[in-house]
Design a protein around this ligand. Structure first.
Ligand SMILES: Cc1ncc(COP(=O)(O)O)c(C=O)c1O
Length: 374
């Protein structure tokens, strides 16, 4: 099976360990195990739970406790609507393996995490992209979407909140998108790993899986829940889609790690506390980015409404990859080049990591911009 190289992951693999200021990281600053246990009030008692565990494959489909905790993140979904996977990356792969046949028409709202168009393409789909534009605040043009879909459209893919722009579709817009899909009988695959990281409001924003009978939501512990080290994600989908995804899951997953399952369940049972911390991090850190941009004439951006990333438009006559490599070499600051996201002329900042690194790193970026500004 031929597939395009995963540009963002290749960039991160090559440079993530070589930087001093990681402004490419997309997770809300990860929790230590000690922080997680303190937050859940389990520092003293955790070994009593873990030591008796016999390290088998565990519950093949994910423990009931974990699937209940995932289902609780959705207004209308229950345990049997949830399939546990190896990160959202595993969840997304399984969804496309389950849904896409050669010749299918897929509409991908871009930019997005590359899985959402390169996997369908590799499975033989005819992928048409609907680009988000800065002039629209990176919100999708739903009239254009309506014109793109037809009876052969198998699915529409998006991330919400969007990676990399931080744009957010709220309930009304998700409902409109669902109605467009419904008119042609298409599925909507909505990657919601950043759900829970809004800049305003304390409630979880609407999920596609709650709004549409052919709505599929994927999520994980990595981003909003700050626990990427658990490598645990999920699919919430209609029964027929889960059944087909499970067929593939038997071949490439069996089960997720028992310890990951157990710790993820503990974390999700305290999701209120973890998400409150995440909201505090993304809000404090974005305010720091705002202050920097207000004083930095060579950068402009569409302020994100959610998520952990934003696209920065820079005033310098350099391709984004060269910009990022020179920036890294001269200052130790790592961004992600827009070219890895088909967004030339931009760099992506991940602003939900350590605040000190962001403030110190952005100051160095300003110095660098003076040397390359157009
Ligand atoms: C939109 C999106 N989906 C999925 C993933 C993969 O996440 P996970 O760590 O849960 O596999 C990422 C990682 O950057 C992402 O940004």
């Amino acid at each position: 099976m031929k597939i395009q190289p995963f540009a963002v992951e290749q960039w991160m693999n090559a440079y993530e360990t070589r930087c001093r200021y990681n402004l490419a990281e997309t997770c809300v600053e990860s929790l230590t195990l000690a922080q997680l246990l303190a937050l859940a009030g389990k520092r003293e008692s955790i070994l009593d739970e873990l030591l008796p565990l016999k390290l088998t494959y565990g519950a093949i489909e994910g423990s009931d406790r974990l699937r209940d905790a995932v289902a609780a993140l959705y207004a209308t979904r229950a345990r049997h609507d949830v399939m546990i996977a190896h990160g959202a990356i595993g969840a997304n792969s399984l969804v496309y393996q389950a849904l896409v046949e050669p010749g299918d028409h897929v509409v991908a709202i871009v930019p997005n995490y590359q899985q959402h168009y390169s996997i369908p393409e590799s499975l033989g789909a005819r992928v048409q992209k609907l680009p988000l534009r800065a002039a629209d605040g990176f919100m999708p043009d739903l009239d254009a979407l309506r014109r793109m879909v037809g009876p052969d459209t198998r699915l529409i893919s998006l991330s919400n909140p969007n990676n990399p722009t931080g744009a957010l579709l709220e309930r009304r817009q998700l409902e409109e998108l669902a109605a467009i899909a419904d008119a042609v009988g298409a599925y909507v695959v909505c990657d919601e790993v950043y759900r829970g990281t809004t800049q305003s409001g304390d409630d979880l924003t609407a999920s596609m899986a709650d709004l549409y009978e052919r709505g599929i939501s994927t999520g994980s512990m990595s981003k909003a829940f700050s626990l990427a080290g658990l490598r645990l994600g999920w699919v919430v989908a209609p029964a027929a889609v889960l059944k087909s995804a499970e067929l593939h899951r038997d071949y490439n997953t069996i089960s997720v790690g028992m310890l990951d399952d157990h710790l993820a369940a503990i974390a999700l049972e305290h999701s209120d506390r973890i998400l409150a911390r995440s909201r505090a991090v993304v809000r404090t850190n974005l305010a720091a980015v705002d202050r920097w941009i207000a004083a930095e004439p060579a950068i402009e951006y569409v302020r994100p409404r959610a998520g952990t990333t934003a696209l920065l438009k820079y005033a310098a006559a350099l391709p984004s990859r060269e910009f990022c490599i020179r920036l890294l070499e001269q200052t130790g600051v790592l961004f992600t080049p827009g070219s890895a996201l088909d967004m030339e002329g931009y760099v992506r900042i991940g602003y939900a990591n350590n605040l000190h690194a962001i403030e110190a790193g952005l100051e160095l970026v300003s110095g660098f911009l003076r040397t390359v500004a157009a």
